[in-house]
Design a protein around this ligand. Structure first.
Ligand code: SAM
Length: 330
């Protein structure tokens, strides 16, 4: 194909035309299920195409649909508390960390939508209509290739000034002393805990993590099964690999929630996207309210006892904060 044709086919205006033709009301209904999602496949076709969430013919493949829905639903849930944060800190640049950002779909979308909001062009997030805020987004991932691609995409979208990336493990990231929000979408295993710990340490006002696979507690349960001699109250669960895995995942998130509450946050666990799109569909959302909460610590300790005294990654990572805020240990 001659180069001039190639350029023509991929030019933004051509893509916009294709998107208008492709996205009939039936297709929109199938994709968005009647919901008002932040990124619209016609209005935001150029963004979706640059980030790899839309194909050249303006369609969205089944693989792309999954990520498209994950980031849209996650942003829909983060948008209201983020707006409250922006309102509480007028004129302040808000710093957002995307921990284990991968290809940075989530943070690119967030930075892009913030720019749309600032420019008064935001039909899809009703909450942000009258909200303008300056944003600095930091993406961290240990995989250098995804960071290279994220940088390229941020530049292509004109977001190079508001986004920065680090190709390092979270433990080696160089971050400002104060983060306003931390999000992590399916950061592997205990990287979710590292993300939460970074936010807790930097007094982030908002924490939003959708955990990925969780192996730590499942291993602990397995060891517990081997030494309990049939007497543990969770016996039936401990001896069934399937129940053990599911219970470990739920217990891990409950322990995370309780610990975050103990450290002064109001926190909830919700399903952010129907399980048909991903089984990893739990979002832990936490907003900072104070320095500590004794009732939160009590429920954390009770849960820990019920888990067979497991000391998981998040507790280890914030041990010093717990000691500082609860010097008597309760
Ligand atoms: C399943 S991917 C999710 C990527 C992205 N958040 C998304 O939803 O598309 C998990 C990412 O976390 C990164 N990761 C895992 N552990 C990490 C760590 N300790 N520090 C930094 N990145 C990590 C991996 O390299 C990978 O890119």
């Amino acid at each position: 194909m001659p180069d001039e044709w190639r350029v023509k086919i991929h030019s933004p205006s051509d893509l916009a035309g294709r998107a208008r033709l492709h996205w009939t009301s039936d297709r929109l209904q199938r994709l968005m299920a009647g919901k008002r999602l932040p990124l619209h496949p016609v209005t935001h076709a150029a963004f979706l195409h640059v980030t790899g969430l839309m194909s050249d013919d303006a369609s969205v493949t089944s693989g792309q649909v999954k990520k498209y829905l994950q980031i849209n639903h996650m942003i829909s849930l983060i948008a209201p508390p983020f707006r409250a944060l922006a309102k509480a800190m007028p004129g302040r640049t808000l710093t957002l960390l995307d921990a284990g950002c991968g290809n940075s779909y989530l943070s690119l979308a967030f930075a892009f939508l913030a720019r749309e909001a600032n420019a008064g062009r935001l039909p899809q997030i009703a909450d942000w209509k009258d909200t303008a805020f300056d944003l600095q987004v930091i993406g961290v991932d240990s995989n250098a290739e995804v960071i290279r691609q994220s940088r390229e995409r941020a530049e292509a979208l004109g977001l190079g000034e508001v986004m920065s990336f680090q190709a390092v493990p979270l433990s080696a990231a160089v971050l400002p002393d104060r983060l306003h929000a931390v999000m992590a979408l399916h950061a592997c295993d205990t990287a979710t805990d590292e993300a939460l710990a970074l936010g807790l340490r930097r007094q982030a006002d908002l924490l939003a993590v959708a955990p990925c696979c969780q192996a730590e507690l499942a291993q602990h349960f397995k060891a517990l099964a081997a030494r309990s001699g049939g007497s543990h109250p969770l016996e039936v669960i401990l001896h069934s690999p399937n129940l053990r895995r599911d219970t470990a995942a739920t217990f891990t998130d409950a322990l995370r929630l309780a610990l975050v509450r103990a450290l002064g946050y109001e926190a909830t666990a919700t399903e952010f996207i129907p399980s048909a799109h991903t089984p990893k569909n739990r979002l832990l959302l936490a907003e900072r309210r104070g320095r500590y909460n004794k009732a939160g610590l009590t429920s954390f300790l009770a849960l820990k006892t019920a888990s067979g005294e497991a000391t998981l990654a998040l507790e280890r990572a914030v041990q010093d904060l717990l000691q500082e805020r609860f010097p008597d240990g309760n």
